[in-house]
Design a protein around this ligand. Structure first.
Ligand SMILES: Nc1ncnc2c1ncn2[C@@H]1O[C@H](COP(=O)(O)OP(=O)(O)OP(=O)(O)O)[C@@H](O)[C@H]1O
Length: 285
C-alpha cells in the first residue's frame, strides 16, 4: 500500500498553558476524502493549520506528502492546496485577473495549472468573472477561495469549512466539484450532511482528542441500539430502542399481529451518532 498522503501521529498543541490537541493520530490515504468533524473549539482549525505549515506544533510527528510541513519549501507548497476559513484581502482584484495571477505561480511546476476560464466555470463564477471581488457576495467570494486553492491542481487539498455561507444550490454544486477533483482532501465542516456526502472517512475531534474515525456507516454501527421503533397497540402509543430492530419488529407481530398499527422504524442517523459520540467524550474525565 502507498504511503499515506497525510500522516499524523501523537500530535500535541499547547497555547500558553493550555493543551488544545492531545496525542492526535490519523492518516489520509491517496485519493481519500477525510472530513474532520467536531464542536466549536475542538481543535479542527489548529490541526489543519499545522498540516498546512501555518502553525508550529508543540509535539508529535506530522507528514504531508512525505514532508514535515514545518519544513516544507516552495516545491512542497506548490503541491498543497489550501482554502482558509476567512477569505483574503483581494477586494480590488477582478475574479479573472486574480486567478490568472495565481495560476502564473504554477507556471514552472510539474503540473499544468487550471485554465482560468475552465476554473471559473468549474466554481460557478462565469457570470462574475469580470467583477471586482469586493462586489461579490460571501458565497461567491468563498468560490474564489476554492478556485485559488485548486488552481495549481494540488496533490492534497485542505478545506477549512469550505461551504460556510453557501446557499443550498451553491453547496450542491460545490460538492459535485469536490467529488470530481479526485484528489486527496482533508476538510473540516460542521455540516454532517456534507461530511456524509463528501467523505470516505470521518474523524470526530472533541476537546482536542480523536473520539471516532471510520466510514459514516462504521460510525453509525458503533452506536448500537439507537434505532427507534414506534407503534400503536390497543390505542396506546409505544416506543423502544432495541439492539436489533428487525428481530424486535418480527417478535412484535408474532405476539400481537394485526393489533399493531402505525409502525415506524427510525435508523440511527449520522447526526445522532455524532451527538452521542461528542456527549460520551464530554462525560469521560
Ligand atoms: N492563537 C491561539 N491562542 C490561544 N488559543 C487558541 C489560539 N487559536 C485557537 N486557540 C484555542 O484552541 C482551541 C481550538 O481552537 P480551534 O480554532 O482549532 O477549534 P475549531 O475546532 O476549529 O473550532 P471552530 O469550529 O469554532 O472553528 C480553542 O479552545 C481556541 O480557543
Amino acid at each position: 500500500m502507498s504511503a499515506p498522503v497525510v500522516d499524523v501521529e501523537g500530535l500535541r498543541m499547547r497555547y500558553g498553558g493550555t493543551d488544545v490537541l492531545h496525542e492526535v493520530t490519523f492518516q489520509v490515504r491517496q485519493g481519500e476524502v477525510l472530513a474532520l468533524l467536531g464542536p466549536n473549539g475542538a481543535g479542527k482549525t489548529t490541526t489543519i493549520e499545522i498540516l498546512e505549515g501555518f502553525r508550529l506544533r508543540s509535539a508529535g510527528r506530522v507528514e504531508v506528502l512525505g514532508t514535515d510541513p514545518a519544513r516544507g519549501g516552495e516545491r512542497w507548497r506548490a503541491r498543497v492546496g489550501v482554502v482558509l476559513q476567512s477569505w483574503r484581502d483581494h477586494g480590488k482584484w477582478r475574479v479573472r485577473e486574480l486567478l490568472e495571477h495565481q495560476a502564473s505561480f504554477y507556471a514552472c511546476s510539474a503540473r499544468e495549472p487550471w485554465d482560468t476560464g475552465e476554473l471559473i466555470e468549474a466554481v460557478g463564477l462565469t457570470e462574475h468573472a469580470g467583477k471586482k471581488i469586493r462586489t461579490l457576495s460571501g458565497g461567491q467570494r468563498r468560490r474564489v477561495d476554492v478556485a485559488i486553492g485548486i488552481v495549481g491542481r494540488p496533490e492534497v487539498l485542505f478545506l477549512d469549512e469550505p461551504t460556510a455561507g453557501f446557499d443550498p444550490r451553491a453547496r450542491r454544486e460545490f460538492h459535485e466539484l469536490v467529488r470530481g477533483l479526485g484528489t486527496t482532501i482533508l476538510l473540516t465542516t460542521h455540516d454532517l450532511d456534507e461530511a456524509e456526502r463528501l467523505a470516505d472517512r470521518i474523524a470526530v475531534l472533541d476537546q482536542g482528542r480523536i473520539v471516532a474515525d471510520g466510514t459514516p456507516r462504521e460510525l453509525a454501527r458503533r452506536i448500537a441500539g439507537t434505532d427507534q421503533v414506534r407503534w400503536r397497540h390497543d390505542g396506546q402509543r409505544h416506543s423502544a430502542s432495541p439492539p436489533d430492530s428487525t428481530a424486535f419488529v418480527r417478535d412484535l407481530f408474532t405476539r400481537h399481529g394485526a393489533a399493531i398499527t402505525e409502525l415506524e422504524v427510525h435508523r440511527a442517523s449520522l447526526e445522532q451518532t455524532y451527538l452521542s459520540l461528542v456527549r460520551d467524550a464530554e462525560a469521560t474525565p
